[in-house]
Design a protein around this ligand. Structure first.
Ligand SMILES: [Mg+2]
Length: 259
């Protein structure tokens, strides 16, 4: 498929964030103009992230600060997708979320939260996690409640040593409780794609997922039946590509090659 054909076959472009549209605080090349050109062609733009430690508003501020957020764009985190999933599937249930206070506040606008006797627990990227919270969450798991996790990433990249992320917490709770999540919401699992399709009224087959990681971004897009664009502006190189079974629709040096 050529980029021209991809543009014709797609109504929404889903962009991973770090390594795809920016590196830390720096937009990648002329991504601002690229996004503007896509909007001019009536493509919906979605900024899609597994990171459930930040709220939509925090991402809104960052994307605005670096100048790439446009009118009508959607920011979609795995915590937002988890809230929509819980609202749809557990409307009458008591839901407990392990997350930062800001993410809990955002989540509770969609689903009210409880701190005791939950039916459903959701593990998000709580960067304020401490022992009392861990102990309590483990007790809920041991009681056999429904267990969801926002995403499976083992580590979160930073400038220094990568930080433990939800995938590492999952292993911790697997050791202590013997439980693994009944469902993982974020990339590469399909739930986030299904909720997005529902929200945008666009079938997954008319979406393209662009990202820099084969085992999350590209696998996600392929699992959902989307077109996929691997960009080599982040984690993946032509060399490391060979280690993965995931095959993208297109491989581009960066997102700006779409236009
Ligand atoms: Mg990335």
């Amino acid at each position: 498929m050529t980029t021209q054909e991809l543009l014709q076959a797609t109504d929404a472009f889903l962009f991973d964030l770090d390594g795809t549209v920016y590196l830390d605080e720096t937009p990648i090349g002329n991504v601002k103009e690229t996004l503007a050109a896509l909007r001019a062609r009536k493509k919906r733009i979605v900024f899609l992230t597994n990171n459930s430690s930040k709220t939509e508003e925090e991402y809104r501020q960052k994307l605005t600060r670096i100048g790439i957020l446009g009118e009508g764009d959607l920011i979609y985190t795995s915590a937002m997708a988890a809230a929509e999933y819980a609202a749809a599937h557990f409307p009458e249930k008591r839901v407990c979320l392990l997350a930062t206070d800001a993410v809990k506040a955002e989540f509770s606008r969609t689903v009210p939260l409880v701190e005791e006797e939950p039916d459903v627990v959701i593990l998000a990227y709580d960067v304020t996690l401490d022992f009392p919270k861990m102990k309590k969450f483990n007790e809920f798991l041991a009681a056999g409640v429904v267990y969801l996790a926002t995403h499976p990433d083992a580590v979160c990249p930073t400038k220094g040593v990568p930080m433990p992320d939800v995938g590492s917490f999952i292993e911790l709770f697997a050791m202590s409780s013997g439980r693994r999540p009944d469902l993982i919401i974020g990339k590469p699992e399909k739930t986030m794609g299904e909720s997005l399709s529902h929200r945008l009224h666009i079938p997954c087959s008319r979406m393209a997922m662009a990202g820099d990681r084969l085992h999350t971004d590209i696998r996600f897009g392929n699992n959902c039946g989307m077109h996929t664009v691997l960009v080599l502006s982040g984690e993946t190189t032509r060399e490391t590509m060979k280690n993965y079974p995931d095959v993208p629709t297109l491989i581009l040096p960066d997102v700006n090659a779409l236009i």
